[in-house]
Design a protein around this ligand. Sequence first.
Ligand code: PLP
Length: 368
Amino acid sequence: MTRNALVTSTIEQLRPYAAGKPIEELQRELGLTDVCKLASNENPLGPSPGALQAVVDALPTVHRYPDAAAFYLRERLCVHLSNNCRTVHAEELVFGNGSNELLELLVRTFTTNDDHVVFADPSFVVYRSAALAHGVPFTAVPLTAGYVHDLDALLAAVESRTRMVFIANPNNPTGTYVAEEPLRRFLQELPASVIPVLDEAYFEYASAGDYPDGLNLRDAHPKLVVLRTFSKAYGLAGLRIGYAVCPPELVGYLNRVRAPFNANSLAQVAAIAALGDAAHLDEVVKVNDRERALLAAELSAAGLDAVPSEANFVLVDLKTDAMNIYSELLQLGVITRPIPPLPTCLRITIGSARENQRLLAALRACLS
Ligand SMILES: *Cc1c(COP(=O)(O)O)cnc(C)c1O
């Protein structure tokens, strides 16, 4: 039988990933020079100066392919992630061109169109797009009224054909988190045939006492995959490097499907240097804590409530059409992120003190 359609019906349904508007694009469109981007949860302080120097030092070797095994980064990361109570082994790590690539790789490696995956709604849009791109049926489980993962409902959505469950912790776009005890129980109750993917892109920012470190939950499920990235708190989004910590059996399969050289050489050296600069990471987290609290207080004073966040962004319900406010903010040179499933909400990245003040002034002007 011949197929006339160029693509499958699921790819037909897909829409290109709506990235945060690039600064240069808004500058071109409106002739603005001073644009402030609070749309993609980027780090306002940038990476460690040591990471930048490592990139400069590595530039003369860019005619060589990267180390496909990421030997030095792997070794360095094992040291970084291991502590008195646990060890992370070299054979438990897979690197990706951002953790985005790893999400896609997990779906491609472990699921088919006879399977099924589960994730929350709204959560990180890549879970849905990866499932659609590969024709894998899915169930998107609404968050609770407080914008938190509904673990019972997620568990109830698991069927015999379910192969994977994605949980972003903290969640994007809400900044909410699931606590250690309920998450541990959830993992214990999840069938062993299901791969739980715990996406900890904002791990370094989370400071709540009961926020779990996914690496300490590996005893709760035999197939747990923990994803982390250098894009957020480490400030290396442009270099594209993230990693998965998971059982060696899964690593073996992921390595069969993974494109060779997917983690580039500049990203590898930058990540090693970034791990060596704990003081910079502390500063990044300290500034984020302070600015997030300030922004939440100022929003609240303006009659707007931000959802309590453990990440470097806040979700704000404007109680009006957020797309209009988004457009008006653009005119004022401030880029935020509309969240289509939540049409009255904007997601706002915590920027520098100056950027946050600029956002607040622009928002007050738009809402007055
Ligand atoms: C930003 C983000 C990622 C990852 O991004 P990469 O830059 O591809 O590492 C993954 N998951 C969530 C929930 C995110 O918000």
